[in-house]
Design a protein around this ligand. Structure first.
Ligand code: FAD
Length: 419
């Protein structure tokens, strides 16, 4: 065998899995068809539990040193009701970060390389290599190169929502839900924010977060039913949506838009069985959910953590991939419902991003945190408990395609939309 593990895809899920496996002393190859730094269609809020993992792995400092501002407070405006709170510490992390994917993914690739993984960029996997019903490697090529076969004891598909590996092994899909919303976002200079801002308006959600280079990312999610009209004049409809969010539209018009508007209706919601003979899936390849949940990166970091642990046991002869499935991609049995009226959603809970059952703010004091204006003192916002760390039975409860409040890690009290 050339390697213990070959990982296909080197962004959050793949590079992290490779790094963690290499740190355990395994022989790892991670490949990606692109070279880093490289952007992708994704905004980039990392929820506090994801930040805690980056910190534990010694990677948070690189993200901070690159000038990624922390978001410690968040203002959630549902029209008549506004919550203003701060994130309580979670395993040593007390802020959400929004590093650009060019920065985050490249930092993770560097970390995988430093841990001892072989990294091949511009390498596209075209086929899986099989032996006696088991995946034993990949066949692919570098740009302009000739086809090569590389063998490993396990091949990991970290190749995103349209995973080639998942298709090639015929990974079973379950709990699939239709696309419910499209997303549109861009970056502004001269639109300073002192906290994250989230607005909910009639099936629409807008999120505003600071990111690198003193830019502010402004994200919009709308029900898919409006996509055809929206795409006829994207800028007009995008700004009109911001106009419905307090003074945000005015601030955006006074600011300078630095990048193009990125719009996508490609937002599937599904789980896939994440392992089989000689293969495993991690990140969006295993479970993908609407971007309004802003959980994909945090889920990918969590699942990479769990998969690295399971794979190193598996390769030592201890079957562990079924436990990985239960822990990482099975829905938790203890999730609160999310507000109704989210873009095209119904109350349920997103996989892997449960909010605690019991509110952080006790009922009496919670009442004081709900007002028509932001309270003067920040109220703690409860941090999501990563589902994987509960012992959820497989096939617990229906949980997909129910985006939670974007950027808000915890319980949110909703009111009727004012607009
Ligand atoms: C509009 C939008 C906004 C989002 N905002 C957020 C957010 O704020 N916070 C959040 O947590 N999540 C967000 N997400 C979700 C997040 O982008 C994904 O969950 C995350 O990127 C998943 O990471 P991944 O590593 O699993 O897959 P990807 O990031 O998709 O990486 C897959 C990699 O595999 C490579 N690859 C694919 N096929 C091959 C092949 N055959 N050979 C070699 N390489 C291959 C690709 O080049 C790619 O680099 C958003 C998504 C969208 C669409």
């Amino acid at each position: 065998m050339d390697y213990d593990v070959i990982v296909v895809g080197a962004r959050v899920a793949g590079a992290t899995t490779a790094m963690l496996l290499a740190r355990r002393g395994l022989r790892v190859l991670v490949v990606d068809r692109v070279a880093f730094p490289s952007d992708t269609i994704s905004s980039h809020q990392i929820q506090v539990p994801g930040v805690a993992r980056l910190r534990r792995w010694g990677l948070l400092e690189a993200v901070r040193a690159a000038g990624t501002p922390p978001t410690r407070r968040l203002r959630f405006d549902a029209g008549e009701v506004v919550l203003d709170g701060s994130f309580p510490p979670f395993e040593g992390a007390d802020a959400l970060y929004s590093p650009r994917r060019t920065l985050l993914d490249a930092a993770l690739v560097d970390a995988a390389r430093s841990a001892g993984a072989d990294v091949r960029e511009n390498f596209r996997v075209e086929e899986l290599v099989w032996s006696e019903g088991r995946v034993v490697g990949v066949r692919g090529r570098e740009r302009l190169g000739s086809s090569v076969a590389l063998r490993a004891r396990i091949v990991v598909g970290a190749d995103g929502k349209n995973s080639f590996v998942a298709s090639a092994v015929g990974a079973r899909t379950y709990r699939q839900r239709p696309v419910r919303a499209f997303a549109c976002y861009t970056y502004f200079s001269g639109l300073p924010v002192t906290a994250g801002e989230v607005y909910r308006r009639r099936g629409r959600l807008v999120a505003v977060f600071p990111t690198n280079d003193d830019l502010t990312m402004v994200y919009l999610s709308e029900p898919l039913s409006g996509f055809e009209v929206f795409r006829r004049d994207i800028e007009k409809h995008y700004l009109a949506a911001l106009d419905g969010c307090g003074d945000l539209g005015g601030r955006a018009r006074e600011a300078r838009r630095e990048e193009r508007l990125r719009t996508t209706p490609d937002q599937p919601n599904r789980f896939r069985l994440p392992h089989g003979p000689g293969w495993a899936l991690v990140g969006d390849a295993g479970v993908v959910m609407d971007s309004v949940s802003a959980q994909g990166i945090t889920n990918a970091l969590r699942d990479a953590d769990l998969l690295a642990e399971a794979l190193s046991a598996e390769l030592d002869g201890v079957p562990s991939l079924a436990a990985y499935h239960r822990g990482a991609t099975a829905p938790s049995g203890r999730c609160t419902t999310t507000p109704s009226g989210w873009p095209g959603t119904r109350p349920a809970s997103p996989n892997g991003c449960c909010t605690p059952q019991s509110p952080t703010v006790p009922p009496r004091s919670r009442a004081s945190s709900v007002s028509s204006r932001a309270p003067s003192r920040p109220t703690p916002i409860s941090t999501p408990r990563p589902c994987c760390e509960s012992s959820a039975p497989p096939g617990g409860q229906e949980a997909l395609a129910a985006p939670g409040p974007r950027g808000v890690g915890g319980r949110v009290v909703t009111g009727r939309c004012g607009q």
